[in-house]
Design a binder for this molecule. Structure first.
Ligand SMILES: CC(C)(COP(=O)(O)OP(=O)(O)OC[C@H]1O[C@@H](n2cnc3c(N)ncnc32)[C@H](O)[C@@H]1OP(=O)(O)O)[C@@H](O)C(=O)NCCC(=O)NCCS
Length: 185
């Protein structure tokens, strides 16, 4: 599956091992402490993980990695584990494309709920997730080891319902994201 944004010249594609070096460079700029390259490679080797990268389709920077994100498909929920977008490429709809790809992938695997943790101070990410229908359901106190910040737990429980699919389609159209290679439901 691929999501293409022709307005802003990027595509969301399945992450492969050859993307790990570039993803890790972004990870080191965006997160403290960053995941290691091995952590990403190990994740890609697991059957129940879904990882996507955003790549530039501008001829001047063709295939440059602009963002990435992943989810673990656990027993009955898709757990989004990380999302990051290069700081000079933010606010172009890239994270929206990545979260959409993760949720489409989860629904293709018949998962009906999704969850994540986000720093309570991370207004940008909370706004992003809220646009998809994630709602706050609780707090994990002192969750982040660097500053003992609380994590907000967010949840969607209706991935399988037509209302969710219609809302997602509307968001994709608003963000000029075309889906290629979507499985028949
Ligand atoms: C959070 C992050 C992934 C958003 O990426 P992005 O590609 O800029 O997001 P999008 O362009 O798809 O924006 C989608 C929505 O998110 C919200 N949003 C994104 N950046 C925002 C900001 N700086 N302030 C407020 N809301 C913001 C908005 O609701 C936005 O919709 P709008 O542009 O129509 O208003 C990016 O800021 C990032 O990489 N931050 C550092 C790493 C991080 O915090 N990751 C999340 C960990 S849980």
């Amino acid at each position: 599956m691929q999501l293409i944004n022709r307005e802003n010249d990027f595509a969301i594609e399945v992450m492969s091992l050859s993307d790990v070096d570039d993803v890790h460079i972004l990870e080191c700029k965006l997160f403290k402490p960053p995941w290691s390259k091995k952590m990403f490679s190990d994740e890609l080797a697991l059957n129940n993980r879904r990882y996507f990268v955003a790549k530039s389709k501008d001829p001047n920077s063709f295939d440059q990695v602009l963002g990435y994100g992943g989810a673990a498909l656990m027993v009955d929920e898709a757990h989004i584990v990380n999302i990051g977008v290069a700081s000079d490429k933010q606010r172009l709809g890239i994270a929206t494309g990545i979260v959409a790809a993760l949720l489409i992938s989860a629904t293709e695997s018949h998962f009906t709920s999704a969850t994540l943790e986000v720093r309570v101070s991370n207004e940008a990410a909370i706004n992003l997730y809220t646009k998809f229908g994630f709602a706050p359901v609780g707090v994990r106190p002192n969750y982040y080891p660097d500053n003992r910040e609380n994590a907000l737990i967010m949840w969607i429980s209706d991935l399988g319902k037509s209302e969710f699919k219609e809302g997602l389609l509307k968001l994709l159209i608003e963000q000029h994201l075309d889906v290629a290679g979507l499985q028949e439901q």
